[in-house]
Design a protein around this ligand. Sequence first.
Ligand code: SAM
Length: 298
Amino acid sequence: MPAEGVQLRPKSEILTFEEIIRLANLFARLGVTKIRLTGGEPLIRKDMEHLVFELHKIDGIKTLAITTNGLLLPKKLQALKTAGISVFNISLDTLRKDRFREITLRDGFDIVIKAIQMTLDAGYDPVKINCVVQKGVNEDELLDFVEWTHHRSIDVRFIEYMPFGGNGWDDSQFLPYQSMLTHIQEAYPTLERRNDDPNHTSKSWRVPGYKGSLGFISSMSQNFCGTCNRLRLTADGNLRVCLFGANEVSLRDALRARATDAELMSLVEGAIHRKKASHAGMYEISKTVDRPMILIGG
Ligand SMILES: C[S@@+](CC[C@H](N)C(=O)[O-])C[C@H]1O[C@@H](n2cnc3c(N)ncnc32)[C@H](O)[C@@H]1O
């Protein structure tokens, strides 16, 4: 989120739960099996567990995931579990309380750590931790995060720092996957590669004997566009077929103009067919003005 914040949208511009559920049903008919709720911060949306419950009922949806900053999770975990969330990704870029405040501009470290422990205790295995690695910010904590997976069912996902509107990206802060890996392998020479899922976005590794695992999301230095099958629907109802592609199609406007299911599905299929084979490379992306990450969702 840009330090200066973002302009909040009037509620009328945001998809209602009914609209989200109608679209989710159409996506399921088109073959989508997994839905991730992200943001912004998904848990600040009132009654999120009701949306989860409705999405859980859709035929064909096998996995419901949430990416959250964890601050409201202690209060909402049980309701979300009951409603059907099967995967939690919790964002945590540092294991140091003082640094947490510097990075996130707020207190809350203890709450996030508590949320992670509660999620483990609730039986989620693994709990996924999203850690964006930045040179000069938290690169010195890579080994601490690896050690954190020793006795916990935690999958730490080290994410390359990506450019988005308002985040002032330049390559002086950028630490590529290969450098992270080399640094970790120097300390853990037996680090072993694990099999990746067919539509993986992360390269998976593990220290032998450790309960948890590591993943690397190398969107910038080694793109995985060939295996990425994700679609993104923004809160204001735009479909994005690529995290880095600024071309969006408004499904909200079509819905509100009373489009039929067939018309909506043809809009989705058209956008997918226009999807590029891969993104344009990290320096090109960094020049493109785009939504801030808070308005896309990661
Ligand atoms: C935009 S957040 C939204 C969900 C939720 N508010 C959260 O904090 O997890 C989704 C994910 O994107 C990641 N992210 C945000 N900015 C990023 C950047 N510039 N490069 C790479 N990942 C980023 C965050 O760390 C987070 O794990």
